[in-house]
Design a protein around this ligand. Sequence first.
Ligand code: ADP
Ligand code: ADP
Ligand code: ZN
Length: 222
Amino acid sequence: MNILLVGPPGAGKGTQAKILEDRYHAKHIATGDMLRAEVAGGTPIGLEAKAVMDAGQLVSDDILIRMLGARLAQPDCAHGMILDGFPRTVPQAEALNDLLAASHRHLDAVIVLEVDEEALVARISGRFACAQCGAGYHRSFHPTAKDGVCDKCGSHEFTQRPDDNPAVVRRRLAAYREQTAPILPFYTARGLVHTLDGMAPMEQVTAEIEKILRQVGVAAPA
Ligand code: ADP
Ligand code: ADP
Ligand code: ZN
């Protein structure tokens, strides 16, 4: 299974990708996470990307396309992938098409999560993650079972993204409208787009995605 999860910041792409990854044995590939790892590692890409990310703008197509090309060539993607946060521009969508064709792969579906802007700001301002294992949470919508303890690994340390503040979020939303939404006609023309109500509770969104996957002939492995 090869699918794209598309939606504005905070739409629930990462949350859904993590759930689907386990059920479908497909690799979750999040370019935002990859870039944050480059920043944390102080690599040349990280040094170039940091200021752009902190400002809520998009990192260059050139960097992203090279980074994703290298990632898709790794053996853990061979059985399928859930792309989260890529492509974010029309040139990235075209490059992805070429990369997939060159490795005899194709997309099964492009799933678009729609959420109101006000809800996005609330989601993003409450978002935090485990500093140890990366599990994602929300202060109100998905808190840890025990206060201050990660459900997955028991860690007591959590982080918040520096770009998850209201001023930067507004710029990220504008980048989505202006640069990312234009990729949708590219996929609509190929009959791949399925739009979902991302305002629904998490489990309901997952159920809707699974329904679409069945419709396009992708079954969850037993
Ligand atoms: P969100 O969870 O808000 O959708 P991500 O974690 O996917 O955000 O991305 C964080 C930031 O990383 C983006 O604001 C952008 O600066 C950069 N980024 C991630 N993916 C891409 C991409 N495909 N093209 C350009 N920039 C990207
Ligand atoms: P994205 O990867 O699209 O930027 P996330 O999956 O990180 O978005 O979700 C943003 C925040 O909203 C997280 O704190 C997450 O726990 C929460 N969230 C995700 N899906 C839902 C939902 N359906 N309803 C309420 N909150 C949600
Ligand atoms: Zn953890």
